[in-house]
Ligand binder design. Structure first.
Ligand code: C2O
Ligand code: CU
Length: 632
């Protein structure tokens, strides 16, 4: 019923708008003739006043249609749109305006400008509410109307023009207000959708998906989130910290150990901890409003899980994360191979470096001028870089041969030694470098203008010219030999990412939509335990999107149609470059409700998030302004 009313209003809007030029010309033509005073001319005049409201009908009904899941970009609708334009132009050509040739031409151009502007603005506002588009359309409309007005021989063209401009301005303001209002999120919503109720037969709540009993040795850790004055790169700031430092304590456990973290919140805001990339049980994932209620100021929370997978990870707040991480709520976590596996890298030569930029100054951990690291010649050194920022980092590595030992927590098989290289690390991604230096050799790693030196006695910094650096293609590095491919997918999703300008929760911001929707309006991707899934991120925007999936590892299968030729790239984050198309594959092996989102935090905070939910799992938590939870 509503659907039909919307469709009828939308079509009526079209018809009004399309009849507008015809009536306008007919009216113009009758000026100064015997029929100027006829009733039908008056009717035309009245119609001319009304027709532009077709624009309002078109935009408002279109907006509601998009909100209800209509795809106004479907060929069916766009084809109809083109058809209507033809139908509209034909009568105009028949009813030619009178007057000099130049005058007539002016009338045509004016009409085209105005007609095009109205059509364009309608669709642009519905599909891609961008202020640039709006500005162009307003300009085209104004110029078009002015030309039409001077071509007219009718009474007081100036007043007609003024009325049109006032009308258009009012429409623009009304539409903006409406879109602003419509963008405001409800005071409380369920980010995890409504897929049933815990308690119904076979349903499990995320709160039950905790660490199963085990006799693994417990490593207790206490993290206090508190505001502390810290100094980074020569500037002091009141940071939000874990235990008073930024980054927070560098945690290190071995595979098989059980991490039990107590979080004390001494911040003025609710907070949580998310274990980025770690395959935790869902209840310990730390997403406010999805797997827990955020810990209120003065409150305490516990995270408890066994480390199962060696690698470089990090932890950060997942409550209002854009603000909280940028203020300093992050730290690193390294899971070393099982204690009895015999460490290949001596403890003193295994370093973890958080890359974060502070007001444009690139910090390596807490310093923008890191002290050189002294290495013992002949002994392996491991450098674990963690990009805790939103933007991609490009490491420039030179001085000695090295290998990339891991991307995120995924080890590289058959890693070939590299010379001077650039290695990209997506926002939230990690890269582990391995080298063994001879006496007098050093390895230099530069990012964002800051250089870290790994030195041996007598070594010196000698960076080769830029042209000597090769950009590493992670999809072609290492060797696939001896790895087992994932089974073909049981289901695939295509996720189209596009970009526009508009309102999100009442705030004017660039918007990055996934399949035309903004979080929390998107659909939850439903998966079943044990099955395999493909996700294709189809980026139609001009930005990088570091896409991250919680609770799972995935393999990057294809980048722009090309399959990998190296060691399978198994990660928890992949950078989807501008206009790139990237397919990932994962097996659903960790039940729960998991967030998948862009780790460029301003993007995530403007709706670039979705949920992957297992059949039969529900969440009792809610998010929104009336709750303590802001997951994105
Ligand atoms: Cu670093 Cu939602 O994650
Ligand atoms: Cu993004």
């Amino acid at each position: 019923m509503i659907e039909r009313a919307l469709l009828i209003s939308h079509l009526a809007g079209f018809v009004l708008l399309l009849l507008d030029p015809f009536c306008e010309f007919l009216w113009l033509r009758r000026q100064g003739t015997a029929r100027e005073k006829a009733t039908s001319t008056r009717v035309l005049w009245v119609f001319n006043r009304i027709a532009p409201y077709g624009y309002v009908l078109l935009v408002v009904s279109g907006g509601f249609m998009v909100a209800r899941g209509w795809d106004l970009t479907s060929p069916w609708i766009l084809g109809g749109f083109a058809g209507y334009a033809v139908v509209a132009v034909a009568p105009v050509l028949l009813v030619r305006p009178r007057g000099e040739r130049a005058e007539r031409r002016k009338a045509y151009v004016g009409l085209a400008g105005r007609f095009g502007a109205l059509m364009f603005i309608s669709y642009a506002m519905v599909l891609k509410p961008s202020w640039t588009v709006l500005a162009w359309a307003v300009a085209a409309f104004a110029v078009g109307s002015a030309l039409l007005a001077t071509a007219a021989t009718g009474p007081r063209p100036g007043r007609r023009l003024a009325a049109r401009v006032v009308f258009l301005t009012a429409a623009v303001v009304a539409v903006s207000l409406w879109r602003w209002q419509a963008s405001i999120l409800p005071p409380s919503y369920a980010p995890s959708g409504h897929s049933g109720h815990a308690g119904t037969a076979g349903m499990r709540s995320v709160t039950d998906l905790t660490q199963p009993p085990t006799d693994a040795p417990v490593v207790p850790v206490a993290l206090t989130a508190e505001v502390k004055r810290v100094e980074i790169g020569g500037t002091a700031k009141d940071a939000w910290t874990y235990n008073g430092t930024v980054p927070g304590p560098a945690l290190r456990v071995a595979v098989g150990q059980r991490l039990r973290v107590t979080l004390n919140n001494r911040l003025p805001e609710p907070t949580t901890i998310h274990w980025h990339g770690v395959l935790v049980p869902n209840a310990d994932d730390g997403v406010a409003g999805v797997t827990q209620d955020a810990v209120p100021p003065g409150g305490q929370g516990v995270y408890d899980f066994v480390a199962t997978h060696p690698g470089t990870y990090w932890y950060h707040s997942h409550a209002n994360p854009w603000a909280q991480i940028e203020r300093g709520l992050f730290g690193t976590l390294v899971v070393t191979p099982a204690a009895d596996a015999g460490a290949a890298v001596p403890a003193g030569q295994d370093h973890v470096i958080a890359l974060h930029s502070w007001g444009g100054a690139q910090a390596f951990n807490d310093s923008t001028r890191p002290e050189p690291i002294a290495a013992t010649p002949g002994q392996p050194v491991r450098l674990r870089f963690v990009n805790t920022g939103s933007a991609r980092q490009r490491l420039s590595i030179s001085g000695a041969p090295f290998t990339v030992a891991a991307f995120d927590s995924g080890p590289v098989h058959g890693a070939q030694p590299l010379g001077a290289s650039r290695v990209d690390v997506a926002g939230s991604g990690r890269v582990d470098l391995l080298t063994t230096l001879a006496a007098g050799q050093e390895l230099d790693v530069e990012a964002g203008g800051t250089t870290l030196r790994v030195v041996t006695p007598g070594s010196r910094l000698a960076v080769p010219p830029a042209k000597d650096f090769r950009l590493l293609d992670a999809m072609a590095y290492g060797s696939p030999a001896g790895t087992t491919p994932l089974p073909p997918p049981d289901r695939s999703w295509n996720l189209r990412i596009d970009e526009s300008m508009g309102f999100f929760d009442g705030r004017l911001t660039p918007l990055y939509r996934i399949n035309g929707t903004l979080f929390p309006n998107g659909e939850m991707l439903m998966v079943e335990q044990g099955k395999t899934y493909d996700l294709t991120f189809d980026n139609h925007s001009d930005d990088d999107h570091p896409m991250h999936l919680h609770g799972h590892l995935f393999q990057v299968m294809k980048v722009n149609g090309k399959a990998g030729t190296g060691s399978p790239l198994i990660v928890d984050n992949v950078n989807v470059g501008p206009h790139d198309k990237v397919t990932i594959r994962f097996t659903a092996d960790n039940p729960g409700i998991w967030m998948a989102h862009c780790h460029n935090l301003p993007h995530a905070a403007a709706g670039m998030d979705l949920m992957v939910g297992y059949e039969g799992v529900t969440s009792p938590f809610r998010a929104g302004r009336d709750t303590v939870n802001r997951p994105e």
